[in-house]
Design a binder for this molecule. Structure first.
Ligand code: FE2
Length: 286
């Protein structure tokens, strides 16, 4: 094609990917061209804006490393990560939410009920629940991988004062699908504000940097789709302004004061009352 014009450049560029032998790759490449061109056409993208965007992407790459993915943050603040989570959340199952940058494989296996409190400051609480299938039957073979931040708002990776296994664990549910983790109440925290995603994109929109407090969970059971999700706190002030769009109504839990002397003893608080969040997690069949 030697006569590329405004009215054919999109189709010509898209067609150059038609020869991809992998059908899915062809679909992704051609749709990417169509939608990028559609964006540029809609806004009448100028040379100056296009150069600024390229420069922005360079800076997003330059600040990224093994320990930090500014591209993931970019996806998060645009709502793309959340959209992919929702596209992968089957109806009838607990919805997925943001994995985030602080999951580390290989958390220690603890007995159920587990206790993560150790030397952590903060409000002592019990996180309880059951892992169920869509029909409400317990999944006794399920495992949980759980991680959260400390009372200072930091995950262990951000805080040299915390041991590397702080506030994270894996555990097996019991025969009723139930689990209990004695821990401290997670805290709200801010997304990174020292990189181009914040300075060039989020802050100019006068958006909030805050994420509401949450537990992170990966729930697995043989024969079921793995669930990556978060559990939030009904009393958190940032539920409606999560910087990365992770909140779903069914993921918001409530701490209740429960009369449970044995639970209070496991928490290490004066009994008989203790604060408990109970959340059931429903997995979809694979
Ligand atoms: Fe998090």
């Amino acid at each position: 094609m030697r006569n590329i014009r405004l009215d054919n450049v999109t189709e010509v560029a898209s067609q150059t990917f038609a020869g991809a032998t992998d059908e899915r790759r062809r679909q992704l490449s051609q749709a990417l061209v169509r939608h990028l061109h559609g964006f540029a056409r809609e806004v009448g993208l100028t040379h100056a804006e296009w150069r600024a965007a390229i420069g922005f992407m360079h800076r997003v790459g330059e600040i990224s490393s093994e320990q930090r993915s500014e591209f993931t943050l970019l996806s998060d603040v645009l709502g793309l990560s959340s959209l992919v989570d929702l596209l992968g959340s089957p109806a009838g199952a607990t919805p997925g939410s943001v994995l985030g940058p602080f999951h580390t494989a290989g958390s220690p296996w603890l007995d159920n009920p587990a206790n993560l409190i150790g030397h952590n400051a903060g409000e002592r609480v019990l996180l309880r629940g059951r892992v169920l299938n869509a029909q409400g039957a317990p999944l006794a073979a399920a495992t949980l991988d759980m991680w959260q931040n400390a009372a200072n708002g930091l995950y262990w990776q951000m805080d040299p004062a915390q041991p590397s296994d702080n506030l994270r664990c894996r555990l097996r549910v019991d025969a009723q699908g139930a689990f209990e983790i004695a821990t401290i109440r997670p805290m709200p925290y801010c997304i990174p504000t020292d990189g181009p995603v914040w300075t060039d994109l989020v802050e100019p929109a006068q958006r909030s940097a805050w994420r509401p407090a949450h537990y992170h969970l990966i729930v697995e059971a043989p024969g079921y789709r793995t669930l990556v999700t978060e559990l939030f706190d009904e009393e958190d002030p940032y539920l409606d302004t999560d910087a990365v769009f992770g909140v779903r109504e069914s993921l918001v839990g409530r701490y209740e004061d429960v009369n449970d002397p044995a639970g209070a003893a496991r928490l290490g608080v004066p009994g008989p009352m203790c604060r408990v969040m109970h959340m059931d997690l429903v997995l979809a069949a694979a």
